[in-house]
Design a protein around this ligand. Structure first.
Ligand code: FES
Length: 110
């Protein structure tokens, strides 16, 4: 593959940048993520994980089974700021954090 081939479409990170990070000592997905931002885009590494794992495997000779995905962070899906502020869409945010949250119109006695 050409060194300019994009690995992470969201953050526009190419193979050359990944290889540089590995040469600097990064050997896990999270190490590379911290250096390059690969995997930090809107898809949260859903698109680039497999390719990243293969590149790490090729350059470090680490078995694919030992190369985990990057750590996931909240929110687990795209959330509108209005929902976080308690607006009309708040039920979509509550479902991420607490499935047993009260329905709209119900009192919350916490
Ligand atoms: S393609 Fe890498 S974060 Fe989306």
């Amino acid at each position: 593959m050409d060194k300019s081939t994009i690995v992470c479409r969201c953050e526009e990170i190419n193979i050359d940048e990944i290889e540089s990070a590995i040469k600097m000592g990064a050997h896990t997905f999270d190490d590379i993520k911290r250096i390059t931002r690969c995997g930090m885009g809107p898809c949260q590494a859903k698109v680039c994980t497999n390719l990243m794992q293969r590149i790490i495997n090729e350059l470090t000779n680490k078995p694919l089974s030992d190369i985990g995905p990057s750590k996931m962070r909240m929110p687990l899906r795209i959330t509108r700021i209005g929902a976080l502020a308690g607006g009309k869409e708040s039920s979509s945010v509550i479902s991420v954090f607490n499935e047993s949250a009260p329905k709209e119109g119900e009192a919350n006695n916490d």
